[in-house]
Design a protein around this ligand. Structure first.
Ligand code: CUK
Ligand code: CUA
Ligand code: CA
Length: 645
């Protein structure tokens, strides 16, 4: 019997690969007719052949994905969780999920959104309830030092409510969230890699954020029916304080974001230079843009007071529109044209190029950063002179990764492939050398790939070992589980000339972007420091019930298998703040605290302190118990909360 899932041909009618291609192309209407042309260097079977035979399983050797019991992975992966609103930590090459880091939305396992500390990070309304309970994380990037990850922080966006979250990579927790003012659809995110002016600052101090949707500024109910007045902005957040530094008013929209290694440039691809409100309008122009920001000049303008503010926000907004930036010598922005509705923008590890994928155009556009700087210096007349290649690579190109050996790997959404192409060969081809074979290899993936990333891909340390591909559709690759399919994260060995598919991993929807780095980049702490927590109950003797009118503070500690208070009593109607410190300092000795009928549950790691505040509105006896298995007497680890009527 075959181990492969049976598929009823009647419900499919044709190869699934072809089916989705046809459907996707139909949805894109006539504007993408150009996409039907076969890419120049494409092998004959590439564009829309029948379902490909699965690649042979990768056998043995250093790159096997199967680790022996007890063996550790060699790489970490940080994955965005899409509209789960979380961040996931994977071990690679095994693909094992090690942790989910809650940031924007509540998480019942650890009590994120339940404890006072997490609510303070997430943001609350005046009544103390959470301001938002939904989020959509897409893009996640780590902090840099000397062009490589330094393992301090990662940042992730929330597209729904335009928030940026920071992850501390010492504890793998979210410690700050900032809501960007006056923007919607915050999508692309990228930290800078050094300061554009001060060479001593060779690490991340800013994070750039691209907003996709244009809105009236301010969005206060005026101009709602005047879409020609809607505008979008590019934002800069301080990496340390997480406060807004500045914003740039732009023409068109932002999508993804990239930064140069010298700190001088940031960019966003634009798919809506048309400022369209409907998709037909957004795809009416033949070319859109990659919009460059001159960081040093923007900050000089802010310093010189050449800015406005919008609505109640105090954040300086400089003018980055086309009209105001025609003179290269003073321009803050430069609009390099890129074919039809480009998607990603990615910085090559040789520090020279930004690459935009065409999406509705079967091309990749290579922009040389030195030439963009030449334009800003008045040394090049037309900014489009910075385009050094625009080559056909396949249908529906979205995102690009790098191997550090001069090759780029771009996902082809419509072709369900990854195309490996050589950047310098593409530049030669574009310059007229028609013998330059820039497409090196193609690999079928399953199916409809979006993001792609390789080990240390967007750093100077790109090592060309593994490539992960986020496939949006899994279709027949896993046991059926009803209509809602998992996605398929595929791992590819890129250490040789040919890409080799190594493994499929079902994932809960919907990861977008991710980064992969060597395990020695981070040194996670196994136990908290008591001093991280201002409320810490540092000694069991500090435990007790402390009353101040109707406000009651309950302080307790945990040490397996007991809480320091065997019971505690409050009165109906009291506002109770319960502070719990776990005084166990042994690695992996986590306790939990769950209170029946009061909707309280959180975990408490070694030497961690958490607090909750609630109204004791239900009289009775409530067995608060340890919810995390910690000890042979775990079930006995409880305390009685007595609420007197
Ligand atoms: S977008 Cu998801 S596949 Cu948000 Cu980076 Cu391209
Ligand atoms: Cu403490 Cu279970
Ligand atoms: Ca467009």
């Amino acid at each position: 019997m075959s181990n492969k899932r049976e598929v009823n041909p009647e419900t499919v009618g044709m190869g699934r690969r072809r089916f989705i291609n046809t459907a996707a192309l139909a949805g894109l209407t006539v504007g993408v007719a150009a996409c039907n042309d076969k890419p120049a260097n494409a092998p004959a079977a590439a564009a829309s052949g029948p379902v490909a035979a699965p690649a042979a399983a990768h056998s043995g050797g250093a790159n096997a994905t199967h680790l022996k019991p007890g063996e550790l992975d060699t790489y970490y992966g940080l994955w965005s969780g899409g509209h789960n609103g979380d961040v996931r930590v994977l071990g690679l090459p095994s693909g094992r999920e090690l942790l989910r880091i809650p940031c924007f939305v509540p998480d019942a396992l650890v009590g994120w959104g339940i404890t006072n500390e997490s609510k303070a990070v997430m943001g609350t309304k005046p009544d103390g309830s959470l301001r938002y309970t939904v989020a959509d994380t897409h893009h996640l990037h780590g902090s840099y030092k000397d062009g490589n990850y330094d393992g301090r922080y990662a940042w992730v966006n929330d597209k729904i409510n335009s928030r940026i979250a920071r992850i501390r990579l010492d504890y793998f927790i979210c410690d700050k969230i900032t809501e960007l003012p006056n923007v919607q659809g915050f999508h692309g995110i990228f930290p800078d890699k050094r300061d554009p002016v001060d060479p001593a600052i060779n690490y991340t101090t800013r994070v750039f954020c691209g907003a996709e949707f244009a809105i009236p500024l301010p969005n206060d109910g005026k101009d709602v029916n005047a879409p020609e007045k809607y505008r979008s902005m590019f934002s800069c957040v301080d990496a340390e304080t997480m406060e807004m530094r500045w914003q740039v008013l732009i023409d068109g929209n932002c999508d993804l974001t990239a930064t140069s290694y010298d700190g001088k440039l940031a960019a966003t691809n634009q798919y809506n230079v048309e400022n369209g409100v409907h998709y037909e309008d957004m795809m009416s122009a033949e070319r859109d843009a990659c919009l460059f920001f001159n960081i040093a000049r923007i900050e000089e303008a802010v310093k010189a007071g050449k800015f406005k503010t919008v609505g109640s926000s105090k954040v300086p907004v400089v003018d980055g529109t086309r009209e105001a930036n025609k003179d290269p010598k003073t321009a803050l922005t430069a609009y390099v044209s890129v074919p039809k509705n480009p998607h990603g923008v990615n910085a090559s590890p040789d520090q020279k190029y930004f690459i935009c994928a065409g999406k509705l155009s079967p091309t990749a556009t290579v922009i040389e950063l030195a030439k963009v700087l030449d334009w800003f210096d008045g040394k090049m007349e037309k900014v489009d002179g910075a385009i050094v290649a625009e080559v056909e690579i396949g249908l529906g190109p979205l995102h690009t990764a790098f191997d550090g050996r001069g090759n780029a790997y771009t996902t082809l959404f419509l072709d369900s492939q990854v195309v490996k192409w050589n950047v310098e060969a593409a530049i030669k081809f574009h310059a007229g050398d028609k013998n330059a074979k820039y497409v090196v290899d193609r690999l079928d993936v399953h199916y409809q790939p979006g993001h792609i990333n390789a080990t240390h891909s967007e750093t100077v340390a790109a090592d060309g070992k593994y490539l992960a591909v986020g496939c949006k559709f899994s279709k027949d690759r896993f046991l059926p589980v009803g209509p809602f399919h998992p996605e398929n994260e595929q791992l590819v060995d890129i250490s040789g000339d040919k890409m080799v598919l190594m493994a499929d991993h079902p994932v809960r929807g919907e990861p977008h972007d991710f980064i992969i780095f060597k395990r020695d980049i981070v040194k996670p702490k196994q136990v908290y420091d008591l001093n991280e927590f201002p409320l810490a109950v540092k000694d069991t003797k500090e435990s007790g019930v402390f009353r101040n009118g109707k406000k009651v503070t309950v302080k307790l500690t945990s040490q397996a298998p007991a809480f320091s208070l065997r019971e505690f009593t409050v009165k109906k109607g009291d506002e109770v703040t319960l502070i719990l410190t776990n005084l166990d300092k042994i690695e992996d000795l986590t306790h939990g605290f769950a209170v029946p009928k009061y909707n309280i549950q959180f975990v408490i790691n070694p030497l961690e302190t958490k607090s909750v505040t609630f109204i004791a509105d239900k009289p009775g006896v409530f067995w608060a118990y340890c919810s995390t298995f910690c000890h042979a007497l775990h079930l006995e680890m409880r305390t009685r909360m007595i609420v007197e009527a």
